[in-house]
Design a protein. Sequence first.
Length: 383
Amino acid sequence: MKNIPSVDLSGQYLSIAAELEAAVKEVLASGRYIGGPLVSEFEAQFAAYLGATECVACNSGTDALYLALRALQIGPSDEVITTPFTFIATAEAISAVGATPVFVDIDPQTFNLDLEQLSGAVTGQTRAIIPVHLFGQPVDMTRLMAIANSHGLAVIEDCAQATGGEWAGQKLGTIGLVGCFSFYPTKNLAACGDAGAVITRDRAIASTVWQLRDHGRRQGYEHEHTGINSRLDAIQAAILKIKLKYLDTWNEQRRQIASRYHLLLQTLPDIIRPQEYEGGLTVWNQYTIRVTSQAKNSPISQRDWVRSQLRQHGVSTMVYYPLPLHLQPVYKHLGYQPGQLPVAEQACREVLSLPMFPELDSQQQAIMVDRLLDLYCEGSLCP
Ligand SMILES: *Cc1c(COP(=O)(O)O)cnc(C)c1O
């Protein structure tokens, strides 16, 4: 059997290669490489897709978060509540503006912020909450917005892994005050390089982000803020414009792959499958299971054993994420202790993200799960 990668970006490229190459050639010939009409067109189309009014494209999802925080004037002595179970960029952006990330434990079922614990983390310094729709699974935004509003906090949605996902019929990123998107190559809507966007319904925020992404420039060489260089390349905008047309189809393919996994994996012992929760549309940037049992007399965890066995059988998997943010070396000074956010810490020991990309075919999937079943039976873990 052919090896199965955890993600394969070449299939998607090949399926629309002619279209992409023609668009890139056009940009090359145009001599206009940064910003310009293609970027504005993509911004307008992405805003329309989401049902949003304002979109400002930028250079990455990380910059989108940073620019959003800057536009909200969040900085030193401010606290921002977020999840410890996410990619570092979420908290890094908070630190980059000089504010302090405050980590709240996660819900074991969704891997997202535990909304029960949110209010308890609010202090006089709290300015905002950054929920992350992790792995494409939406946070319950109805409840989150009610909590945020009751404390007068801004909500910045980290939609890096959830482009096209919905909560209560609304696109993620349009429910909070600001939505931040990444178009990193492995995300649901992917550039062929780094790219991101900020979405908001607030014109003033959009206009500040618009200035900040280009050296705080108001016009010409008149600079109103200390900004950064986070402009989007025209080549990436041209590629994103094309790929946006296919996003819903690709997300639907991810949903089909997830439901196939759900069926195939149901007989496996000690594996908890992710589930789509009522009220949301999950877009499965990752399909992440939990391997719960502890291997007997083994120095490695059952999850690590399953992972290495799958690797030996040609199946690549990923661990998103092996270390929660509150225990990262970079956040040592915040003083969190092991055991303090136990659900996130347990998730880090148990999660395993299976291959997930729209082009993954069902046969490969079935073979892969057979492998898993064999492994479990060899290891006499079968029921
Ligand atoms: C990818 C990612 C980011 C950062 O996006 P980049 O475009 O890589 O900078 C932020 N948050 C989450 C949850 C992500 O997965």
